[in-house]
Design a protein around this ligand. Sequence first.
Ligand code: 26V
Length: 760
Amino acid sequence: MMNVKNVKEMETILSEVCKKEIEQCSYEELYTALLGIVEEESKKHVMDVKGRKLYYISAEFLIGKLLSNNLINLGLYENVKACLEAHGKSMADLEEVEPEPSLGNGGLGRLAACFLDSLATLNLPGDGIGLRYHCGLFHQKFENQCQSETPDFWLGGDEWAKKTEKTYTVSLAGEDYTARLYKLAVTGYEGRTNYLNLFDLDTVDSSLIKEGISFDKTEIAKNLTLFLYPDDSDDAGRLLRIYQQYLMVSAGAQMILEECKERGSDLHDLADYAAIQINDTHPSMVIPELIRLLGEEGIEFEEAVEIVTKVCAYTNHTILAEALEKWPKQYLDTVVPQLVPVIEKLDELVREKTEDDSTAIIDESEIVHMAHMDIHFTHSTNGVAALHTEILKNSELNHFYKLYPEKFNNKTNGITFRRWLLKCNPELTDLIESLIGPGFKKDAAELEKLMDFAEDEKVLKQLAEIKHDNKVALAKWLEHTQNIVVNPDSIFMIQSKRLHEYKRQQLNLLYLIHQYFEIKEGHLPNTPVTAIFGAKAAPAYTIAKDIIHALLALSKVIADDPEVSQWLQIVFIENYNVTAAEKMIPACDLSEQISLASKEASGTGNMKFMLNGALTLGTMDGANVEIAEAVGQENIYIFGQSSDQVIRTYGHSDYCAKEWYETDPNIKRAIDFLTGEEMLSCGRQDKLERLKNELIGKDWFQTLPDFNAYIVRKDQAIADYVQNPLDWTKSALVNISKAGFFSSDRTIAEYNDDIWHLGE
Ligand code: 26V
């Protein structure tokens, strides 16, 4: 094997693999060749596992495109780039050939991907376990200002996940299915190679998909891994979720036991060989499944429970009741009858331990509470930001905390700087490296050294130029991919995240309507404003789709009005995904993190924007609290109710949206506009009325009480941006230099020290 770390030799290898001169190669051919080279190279970094190995089980892994990331991690990126450029080719064009893997939805899935990167980078033995969805999350399209969904056929070309001969038999509703293992190499930055293990059925058949993303939900052999989060608004859909989850955990558990036995475990000592992290409740059935499998291996129930509790740990990612999974026992009787006796015995154990019914696994209505099983039968329950963990301990999971104070711990989320700085913002990376050297790439805390340059006007100017370049690049990308023209000299305010009422894209919407009125009345903003959104709404989530509709309709109202459009533009990016995020985040001036305090467990987009020099406009929620602590009040725009206030209001059930609507003329004006003639000329009456009624009649996430504070803070931010550009950039620099804490390397080191103890 030649040395691919040398440009000349890389050229030779590439043209040998492609069997022609690089100039003559298509990007598809180059992509295939490089995929092979990366594969060979990553194999060299596979290491023996000693001691405990982690298995991170998750329904989602939002990994993003892999070629550039792997090249960076393997130290090949610069060579490949130089080699392509020498032959008239560009890395950017090459990247476009790769389809983005569709294996995740939002923060929970992206976190899993960042964790895999950090595990491999820190040389820790840790694999992922998940499902190989054929169409993953849907592809989002906008038609007539509405979201529509189509299948995202991302498989089919050259794939990173390699089919193996390894299969496991999984019994679903009494029938045997064969789960096949696919393995995807996870490269660490100058680190080891681990794997993401993805299970699938050979029988899955995408010709089952009919109109949009609908399909026959009962044809399990053909549909099981078609989509991530298939519609669960009916029984068949909810049963399908259980089929999916059990396939993942049963095949995963069998693989784990097999690997550990091969490494010498007699299963009684499983905890010396394996640590399993349960990512939210989707993989919770791994607990009874492992107990069942250990039983088959001759281990008594009590001991099996003890072993599994020692091996498993659980992460909670949300306090929203609807996201804490609960299944009617009947569903489990249908799909996984073999688990039901185990779950019933676990429920009995809990009843022996406590009389508090609120912590039961199976409640009096025969509903099985997955999170309850997780907390009782794992040794660790963690929240994902300091505030979130406190809320779990003191309110949402207080009864559990009283039972097991020692199990509760916090692990504030993090992001991998390889993808969210090195890969997505090379210009900024180079500047940082020129100022403080390359150490920050592996030790993010070194970013703090940038504080030495906080008063250095030359550096601040360079930083401002890089931001501007990234805005120009985003503008070009928007024009090229979505045919949208934006003004890079305007302020870019970005809100990109799953669409959910608690994240309050509707608050941003009301602000933009307010701004529209202000401009109409001659109160012009200090600078032209571009409000950028990226968000997918769950297909059955009606109000979320109405919010998208209202934003798209408003965007058109404004675009059609030259008086307003020179000052204000709304851009909603279609099919927001990791690739889009990589373009948007480096170009952002103001990062919108405006969830109702107490509701956003952590947020991780907030960290990505901060790292790339955006200032945050946010509530004291999730990790915003820690960001605010790190940068100081003078470098962040905080507004709105506190989480304590919000929790109190919910406790009293005395929030009345209508009162706010009726007593505050600004609020009334903005809400009424939703069904005024301008909006109706661009949007649909039924949807706009429904949204208006929701805001006046319910507003469950208390948009209205924060409305005025939001306007004041946001207008302040815009004024500062224009009036004191140097101070603004200084704040950006402070944000970058304080971002080190939010590296997922730090998070993973904490998980390892407190929960996993890998390799020991
Ligand atoms: C939500 C949904 C919504 C629609 C359809 C299906 C579905 C399935 C699961 C969920 C729960 C998602 C949980 C989640 O993503 N939580 C996020 O986790 C991040 C990583 O810890 C955290 O930063 C975010 O605050 C939290 O919302």
